[in-house]
Design a protein around this ligand. Structure first.
Ligand SMILES: *Cc1c(COP(=O)(O)O)cnc(C)c1O
Length: 380
């Protein structure tokens, strides 16, 4: 049996919530959608929440709402899931990659400032592994350059930065509810914002560009009347999924406690091993611990051999992430190796070990024992 690097936690009451939605009158566009959006807004402290069919769709919506289009660019980190960059490509925009901070592996504000050019309309830090990016620095950078600050918080629902929750730190904040993320709706995502104009554009974009509120329509022919004002998509999340999301969100504090507990155990177990670097936590930050990433000194360990040995022992270890611009699609656009040296050096060292709230005590012990003995056996 494989212990994966991440997985969902579903209880009987989650299943009951889904069954109730299935028995109700609304499978989609119903009351569970609004209720989940209210719950998300309340939890994150944002004024508005708009749910989407995936985190990727939510990123697409956020970039659209920010007015990103051909001739524009977003600036982001190469240490992320490709969707962060891809969603800008959906809109015909370019992607500027800046390097990451050596400690947190989050977008480095100094590198971002250096690489900014006139095309950059949105700065998109990623809260890598659940550790919030240095949002005060990026807020400053965004206001200095008149760009929109969009947080890819797909890893960090529930994290806090200088006492403020993720969701209150950017103009728009994007979440994912994929099963390995903090809470799940199967597939799903959301954008939270305080801005009324972004909110309206997000709602329209999710639903074919259709506006139903007479206050925002050019015309009015009667109660049936609605206007398709722009080219949108069907990016809706169903009531079935939103019912699951609400039930999951209510348990998030417990999930986060357990993730933090396991992360603390790992750090204690691995921090004194020579050639191993445990995740850094900046002062005044409470990470959501989406991932637990060890970094192996290449002079002491062959990362690939360690990876394969851990897989053989049934640990579903992973590598997060291959620098986005190394992928053939981005190479074909002209990005070359060497663009972000810190991110590339990090990629050679990183390995994610299992971390999710449903890991029980004996599994945590098994992970610790296995990692220790594999590292010992593979030390050069
Ligand atoms: C998961 C993830 C996404 C995409 O979310 P999906 O719900 O899988 O579409 C985007 N960015 C980051 C950093 C992610 O981890």
């Amino acid at each position: 049996m494989m212990i994966p690097y991440g997985r969902q936690w579903i209880d009987e009451d989650d299943i009951e919530a889904v069954a109730r939605a299935l028995r109700s009158d609304w499978l989609t566009t119903g009351p569970e959608v609004e209720a989940f959006e209210r719950d998300l807004a309340e939890y994150t402290g944002a004024r508005y929440a708009v749910v989407f069919s995936s985190g990727t769709a939510a990123l697409h919506g956020a970039y659209f709402a920010a007015g990103i289009g051909p001739g524009d660019a977003i600036l982001t980190s190469p240490v992320t899931f490709a969707a962060t960059a891809n969603a800008a490509r959906f809109l015909g925009a370019d992607v500027v990659f800046a390097d990451v901070d050596r400690n947190t592996v989050n977008l480095d504000p100094a590198s971002a400032r250096e690489r900014l050019d006139r095309r950059v309309k949105a700065i998109v830090p990623v809260d890598f592994a659940g550790h919030p990016a240095d949002m005060d620095a990026f807020r400053q950078l965004a206001s200095d350059t008149g760009s929109v600050l969009i947080s890819d918080a797909c890893h960090s629902l529930g994290a806090t930065y200088r006492g403020r929750p993720v969701g209150m730190l950017a103009d728009m904040t994007v979440f994912s509810f994929h099963p390995v993320k903090g809470i799940t709706t199967g597939e799903g995502g959301a954008v939270v914002t305080d801005d009324r104009v972004f909110y309206r554009r997000l709602v329209q974009f999710r639903n074919h560009g259709i506006e139903r509120d007479p206050e925002f329509m050019a015309d009015y022919h009667g109660p049936w009347y609605h206007e398709m004002q722009l080219l949108g998509f069907n990016y809706r999340l169903t009531d079935i999924q939103c019912a699951l999301g609400r039930s999951q969100l209510a348990k998030l504090p417990r999930f986060l406690d357990r993730r933090r507990e396991i992360a603390a155990r790992y750090t204690e177990a691995f921090e004194r091993i020579e050639g191993v670097t445990v995740p850094a936590v900046m002062p005044d930050v409470q990470p959501a611990w989406h991932l637990y990433v060890l970094r192996l000194d290449p002079d002491l360990y062959d990362r690939r051999a360690v990876f394969e040995a851990l897989r053989e022992r049934g640990l579903g270890v992973q590598v997060h992430y291959i620098p986005v611009y190394w992928h053939p699609y981005y190479r074909s656009l002209g990005y070359a190796r060497g663009l972000c040296p810190v991110a590339e050096d990090y990629y050679r060292r990183c390995i994610s070990i299992p971390l999710y709230p449903a890991l029980d005590e004996s599994e945590v012990q098994y992970v610790i024992r296995s990692v220790r003995s594999v590292l010992e056996a593979h030390r050069k």
